[in-house]
Design a protein around this ligand. Structure first.
Ligand code: UDX
Length: 435
């Protein structure tokens, strides 16, 4: 099949290269010449494990190319994916669909023959109807179909999530479009991946409902962690105890400093706005949004209290800045809420992150960025772990203790065990576990 992928961000690039790796011919299109130039030179504008090698393999196999020329790319395209950004609109949390509609207008100009236009970006319920209206201004309704095909990719695991998804969701009632979508995803049927065909609006809502449920699950265990601290229980064991119930499942029950990223914060807000517009109360989603924001602020106070309240002149070593490991993405990262509050209390912050420092430099001011965990720790008065990168999981505790001027450790990701840390002589604080 010939596939055009409009947008070479994290979703478009991963989806494009994986479709190419399935054997399809894929042309990725982006308006940004610099991005296309980087990609054509073999560079990858984002950090995603395994992406660079997969792109190189498929470019070599001539199944994948990059261009700014949508018109040329659209020749004989069987399916055109819209994978452009749908950021939260400043101030009101609605999804900004201007890039989606601009792409739709452009696609409409260059379509030839029956074309499937697929919204891969996360778009509010009803967006497919709006895209259809845009295309209809230029083409008969029987010469195209607008299809919803939401992505369920986690940053840092995006290629695996695309190639071995729990399910593929396709929103269309058009028989020809169904056939084309089946052909696109055929390589997945080798391992019986379920493909769910449903209406377009249902498909659009499935994406928001999935992310909002996952955000709810995380927020639930985060609040249970607060209760554990108050009553002397262990949240990791509570998570294990409830997660063994197959109706609950063990995933997404790791208590931490609150969720971040480019999806959960944006998608929960957008779903809440959709509900408001439909005059429906989604009280749980709304409370998850508020609870998560409050938690990130509270984590700063947890650190401040653990260090005695006054941080004037204290140097704090922060390990981890990205919103989660295996990504350089800083969007809505808890570190963006926590670090400024520590600085407001007079702390001097030294920070290290394996991938996110360049991103962080534009977002966190007056931070001293170090090039490794031990350099970051040297001479600091306390250690705060914010992101659970693998390289922070087996630090040499003797070296850590020797490097710190005081053995104060606040572990917001429960990487270490309280007893082992206390035995090693640390004043150890963590999340939801008796210290
Ligand atoms: C998420 C969804 O998982 C994915 O299906 C969707 O397509 C996009 O949004 P992503 O945002 O990349 O993916 O990261 P994810 O791994 O889901 O983590 C989201 C946030 O939740 C991170 O801040 C992470 O630290 C936090 N988290 C996750 C927890 O605090 N505890 C957990 O148990 C799991």
């Amino acid at each position: 099949m010939r596939v055009v992928m409009v947008g070479t961000g994290y979703v478009g690039l991963v989806s494009g290269v994986c479709f190419a790796d399935f054997g399809h011919d894929v042309i990725c299109v982006d308006k940004d010449p610099a991005k296309i130039e980087t990609l054509n030179a073999g560079g990858i504008p984002i950090f995603e494990p395994g992406l660079e090698a997969l792109v190189a393999k498929n470019v070599r196999a001539k199944r994948l190319s990059f261009t700014t020329d949508l018109k040329a790319a659209m020749k004989e395209a069987d399916a055109v994916f819209i994978a452009v950004g749908t950021p939260s609109r400043r101030g009101d949390g609605y999804a900004d669909l201007s890039f989606v509609y601009a792409a739709s207008e452009e696609i409409a100009q260059y379509m030839e023959g029956f074309t499937v236009i697929v919204t891969k970006s996360t778009v509010p319920v009803g967006t497919g109807d709006e895209v259809e209206k845009i295309i209809e201004k230029h083409h008969d309704t029987d010469s195209f179909a607008v299809v919803s095909n939401p992505e369920f990719l986690r940053e840092g695991a995006a290629i695996t999530d695309f190639k071995r998804p729990d399910r593929v969701v396709v929103g269309t009632e058009n028989p020809k479009a169904k056939e084309i979508m089946r052909a696109l995803y055929r390589p997945l049927f080798i391992n019986e991946t379920p493909i769910l065909f449903t209406s377009r609006r249902t498909s659009e809502l499935i994406k928001y409902a999935a992310n909002s449920f996952l955000a709810t699950k995380i927020t639930f265990i985060n609040e249970i962690a607060d209760l554990c601290e108050a009553v002397g229980a262990n949240v990791q064991e509570v998570a294990k105890g409830i997660g063994l119930d197959k109706r609950i499942g063990s995933k997404f029950l790791h208590a931490g400093p609150g969720y971040g990223g480019s999806c959960f914060p944006k998608d929960t807000l957008a779903l809440a706005r959709t509900a408001e517009e439909a005059n429906v109360s989604l009280s749980i989603v709304s409370s998850v949004i508020d609870a998560n924001e409050a938690r990130k602020r509270r984590m700063a106070h947890k650190v401040i209290d653990a260090l005695g309240g006054d941080l004037t002149g204290k140097t704090i070593a922060v390990l981890g800045l990205a919103f989660k490991p295996n990504t350089d993405d800083m969007r809505d990262a808890p570190s963006l809420t926590i670090i400024p509050r520590l600085q407001d209390k007079g702390a001097v912050i030294r920070a290290y992150d394996p991938e996110a420092i360049e991103e962080a430099k534009g977002l966190l001011k007056d931070v001293i960025y170090m090039d490794g965990p031990y350099a970051c720790l040297e001479g600091a008065d306390a250690l705060v772990i914010i992101t659970e990168w693998d390289e922070f999981r087996a630090l040499d505790l003797r070296r850590v203790k020797a490097a710190l001027s005081k053995p104060d450790v606040i572990d917001l990701r429960n990487i270490y065990q309280p007893k082992a840390m206390q035995a090693a002589g640390f004043n150890y604080n963590s999340v939801g576990r008796p210290d």
